[in-house]
Ligand binder design. Structure first.
Ligand SMILES: N[C@@H](CCC(=O)N[C@@H](CS)C(=O)NCC(=O)O)C(=O)O
Length: 216
């Protein structure tokens, strides 16, 4: 295995800065202490045939280490987690639960979070967005309420320690920044704040933001 390389965007609009999915891979690398390089690309290159050979949908992040070449931030985080201790516990039951929570973040929470971004940002100018927004909010709040109940009063989702499941869940919930949705869910808001307070997260975020500063 050579030094892993991930892809990230050279620039994104301010509303997306700090949230682009390379942050998830960067955070995972920082948690397990593996050094990595970043191939900084622009959107036209992401849509090129050359990039689509690695990412068929023309998106970032991708991961390559000379042996493993994968896309999907969830797959990338779980792969990084498998390379060194820190994100997948040795205990088989806890490790399976960590994978479960990572997939729950991507499959049971992120689609609801994304619907809000669709009506508020990506399709905010469409007539149907205004009509649909109340239902999007209701569905999202219901799903987040269930998640808060599952978290209960625990520090992290498995009740023992921080795992790849928390990394992915906090990453997904961070996309709600500025929406006020978590104001009514203080335990979940505190959970996100705990994730964002981790030194590994802060190193990852600083490196992610530095790319945009360099592009300016
Ligand atoms: N499910 C994919 C989604 C990847 C994704 O949406 N990437 C965004 C950046 S966060 C992107 O490249 N968007 C540009 C586009 O879709 O054209 C993952 O988790 O890796």
């Amino acid at each position: 295995m050579t030094k892993p390389v991930i892809t990230a965007y050279k620039w994104v609009p301010p509303f997306a800065q700090g949230l682009v999915r390379d942050t998830r891979a960067r955070w995972a690398f920082e948690e397990v202490g593996i050094d990595y390089d970043v191939d900084v690309i622009d959107l036209p290159y992401a849509k090129s045939e050359a990039h689509r050979r690695f990412q068929p949908f023309g998106q970032i992040p991708t991961y390559s280490d000379g042996k493993v070449e994968i896309f999907e931030s969830g797959a990338i985080v779980l792969h990084i987690a498998s390379l060194a201790p820190g994100l997948l516990p040795d205990d088989a039951a806890r490790s399976a639960a960590a994978v479960q929570w990572a997939i729950a973040a991507l499959n049971s929470i992120e689609p609801f979070v994304q619907q809000l971004a669709v009506v508020d940002v990506f399709e905010a100018d469409r007539d149907w967005s205004k009509a649909r927004r109340p239902k999007v909010i209701d569905d999202l709040k219901a799903r987040l309420g269930d998640l808060e109940a599952a978290l209960d009063r625990k520090e992290w989702l498995d009740g023992v320690g921080f795992t790849a499941g928390d990394l992915m869940m906090v990453s997904v919930l961070r996309a709600l920044r500025g929406t006020g949705i978590l104001d009514e869910l203080p335990a979940l808001a505190a959970y996100v704040a705990r994730g964002e307070a981790r030194p590994a997260f802060n190193r990852a975020l600083a490196d992610h933001m530095a790319v945009f500063a360099n592009a300016a």
